[in-house]
Design a protein around this ligand. Structure first.
Ligand SMILES: Cc1ncc(C[n+]2csc(CCOP(=O)(O)OP(=O)(O)O)c2C)c(N)n1
Ligand code: SF4
Length: 245
């Protein structure tokens, strides 16, 4: 019997530990599919970060390196410079990438490092219990903003892709979402593109993926998908902010 649907070879058979409905799993799959599609599994090295995706090294069927919280772009830079023929990507949450790791990210982008960054924005610190992240929306309730994020105390959400688009180093910058099937397909295209940029040795590429955290948002998965669409899309518009032909 022929098989019409199978998991990507670039993912292991280890079951994900993610909460039911969490879209980290979908994003892992899209990265795995991109690696398969480009036939780069044997020469890809992933850098896992710290956050709910801390165990990504168990799930990607490629060589993996664990980085300390926020340091993945610096670690990826080192790997890529020593092994320029490898395809190097990081997989980071918004707490990891946009808070403690912002300096590493911005400088890697400004230097135009030939790495691919997959940035999962779920508008909170998932792993540690749902604290406010730099991407938390105004008014959003988190464990550290129980009355909703207020400008006076906590300022405004950070738009990472728009900020990086002011730099000359990045070659490809996109924001996508996985809240419905059409957007999942667009997200897959953007992730493939971000790897192709590296294969063509063009420079730094980052894809921000809007993602849900039903557990810490206190919503059922389907409600969380609607919440993303209604509340996150107006603040984090989708599209390519730096494109390559
Ligand atoms: C140096 C350091 N500081 C703080 C922590 C605690 N910590 C672990 S994960 C995390 C935030 C993770 O949030 P995010 O990156 O948004 O990923 P998510 O869990 O939402 O996928 C924090 C603050 C740590 N592990 N190391
Ligand atoms: S806490 Fe949130 S981000 Fe972490 S696995 Fe659960 S739903 Fe996903």
């Amino acid at each position: 019997m022929s098989s019409t649907f199978a998991p990507p070879e670039a993912l292991t058979k280890v079951p994900f530990h993610y909460c039911p409905g969490c879209t980290h799993g979908i994003i892992h799959r899209l990265v795995g599919e991109a690696i398969d599609r480009l036939s780069i599994r044997e020469r890809t090295i992933g850098v896992a970060s710290v956050g709910c995706s801390v165990l990504a090294y168990n799930y990607f069927n490629v060589d993996m390196q664990q980085a300390a919280h926020g340091r993945a772009p610096a670690v990826a830079t080192g790997i890529k410079r020593v092994l320029p023929d490898r395809v190097v990507f990081t997989y980071q949450g918004d707490g990891d990438l946009a808070s403690i790791g912002l300096a590493e990210l911005v400088h890697a982008a400004a230097r135009g490092e030939r790495i691919t960054v997959i940035f999962v924005n779920n508008a909170n610190y998932g792993m540690t219990g749902g604290q406010m992240a730099p991407t938390t929306l105004l008014g959003q309730i988190t464990t550290t903003t129980p009355s909703g994020r207020a400008v006076k105390e906590a300022g405004y959400p950070l738009r990472v892709v728009e900020m990086l688009a002011t730099l000359e180093g990045p070659v490809y910058l996109a924001r996508v979402s996985v809240h419905d099937p059409a957007n999942v397909i667009r997200a897959r295209r953007a992730i493939i593109k971000a790897f192709e940029v590296q294969l063509q040795d063009l420079g730094f590429a980052l894809v921000e993926v809007l993602s849900i955290c039903p557990t810490n948002w206190g919503k059922k998965p389907v409600e969380a998908l609607s919440w993303l669409k209604e509340h996150m899309l107006p603040v984090f518009p989708l599209g390519e902010f730096r494109a390559v032909s």
